[in-house]
Design a protein around this ligand. Structure first.
Ligand code: 13P
Length: 252
């Protein structure tokens, strides 16, 4: 399976800043078909960023989508609008969306189904809070989030599904999860996928880790069996840091 290096810019970088980023990034990053690189940029920069990278094998992603085709949803963006911007992949259910914008598992399920209709890849983000981990509820939370988000999806749609395990206590805190914690979460996610569908689907679904991935810890994280890459926030904002991470974990 490809190694995934996905950068979530969140609400950072104007298009001008993305242009500067691109020049630097292209000069330093290694690219080949065994790796998959994606940049999740703000909506307003999607189309232009796609054109910036038109000669490179780099995917351009959105950070959210609305679940309706169209309608009276002021401020929202639909799947067809994302298609028009040539979006390759969409983040769904990021913990910041769940926390600040009160997205529910049901909303997330509808958003995934909406993107499936348009045949666009999604990254479903799941993960527990610190309190949930301390109360030994991690397994229950992950199981619940996963089952609700994937409810009603067909096996053949999994060619477009990626799962990102992002424990909320590790996001933006500098407190990266241990390899053991990540391995346990990945094993659980694969077990659930195998029980909902089958083991081939489970083994073929990419699972990424996100939460305080840096240049310093990426090599150790890269040793985790069964992990197919990273979803990176803070460390992806600097093109040299993101390239360093990719180049250190790159599949030749
Ligand atoms: P950080 O890498 O800044 O912890 O963010 C992770 C994240 O939220 C990626 O979606």
């Amino acid at each position: 399976m490809k190694k995934h290096f996905y950068a979530n810019f969140k609400m950072n970088k104007t298009f001008k800043e993305i242009e500067d980023y691109c020049k630097n990034f292209i000069q330093t990053v290694k690219i080949n078909d065994k790796n998959e690189i994606a940049l999740f940029v703000p909506y307003v920069s999607l189309k232009e960023t796609k054109h910036l990278f038109k000669n490179e094998n780099i995917l351009i992603g959105a950070q959210n989508v609305h679940f309706a085709d169209n309608g009276a949803y002021t401020g929202e963006i639909s799947a067809i609008m994302l298609k028009e911007c040539e979006t390759d992949v969409v983040l769904i259910g990021h913990s910041e969306r769940r926390k600040f914008f009160k997205e529910t598992d049901e909303d997330i399920n509808k958003k995934i189904k909406q993107m499936m209709k348009y045949n666009v890849k999604v990254v479903l983000c799941i993960g527990e809070t610190r309190d949930e981990r301390q109360m030994l509820k991690t397994k229950q939370v992950i199981t619940n989030q996963l089952k609700k988000a994937l409810n009603g999806l067909y096996e053949n749609e999994f060619k477009n599904i990626i799962i990102a395990y992002e424990p909320i206590w590790a996001i933006g805190t500098g407190e990266v999860a241990t390899n053991k914690i990540i391995e346990e979460a990945i094993n659980l996610i694969r077990e659930i996928l195998a029980s909902l569908y089958n083991s081939a689907l489970s083994n073929n679904t990419p699972i990424l880790y996100g939460g305080s991935v840096t240049q310093e810890n990426c090599k150790s994280l890269n040793k985790i069996k069964n992990l197919n890459g990273f979803l990176i926030g803070g460390a992806s904002l600097n093109p040299k840091d993101f390239s360093f991470i990719i180049n250190s974990c790159f599949k030749e």
